[in-house]
Design a protein. Structure first.
Length: 121
């Protein structure tokens, strides 16, 4: 097994890499967010999924304020090392709209349909 080196990942010009969160049990894609080098390292070290908040310009531990946490099960990257796949255990809804997944809108017959409603708090 080779030692993981975070600098082997291909971050964009802003120092970010897309990270897809997938439910480790169901396989459902829950959300996509951005990570920087520090977020990657903190996530691997603590097991608490940490992203980079572009709007706030700071690290964001998922669920720290909402309680809707993500516990890391598996940390993967694609063949080009420019996209991450985080298999996680999600507690509560993953989306800020209070839906289980951020991917709740589908295009059908050139129209939009919402596939899931917000969950009760």
């Amino acid at each position: 097994m080779a030692q993981f080196d975070v600098t082997s990942l291909k971050f964009d010009t802003e120092g970010l890499i897309p990270a897809i969160a997938q439910d480790s049990e169901s396989g459902e894609i829950l959300m996509m967010a951005w990570m920087n080098k520090d977020a990657v390292q903190q996530t691997i070290k603590t097991g608490k999924v940490t992203y980079w908040s572009r709007s706030r310009g700071e690290l964001w531990v998922k669920g720290l304020t909402s309680g809707n946490t993500q516990q890391l099960v598996s940390f993967r990257f694609d063949c080009d090392r420019d996209c991450l796949l985080l298999k996680i255990v999600q507690k509560g809804p993953a989306c800020h709209t209070h839906r289980q997944s951020c991917f709740y809108t589908e295009v059908r017959d050139n129209g939009e349909i919402e596939l899931m409603s917000p969950v009760d708090k």
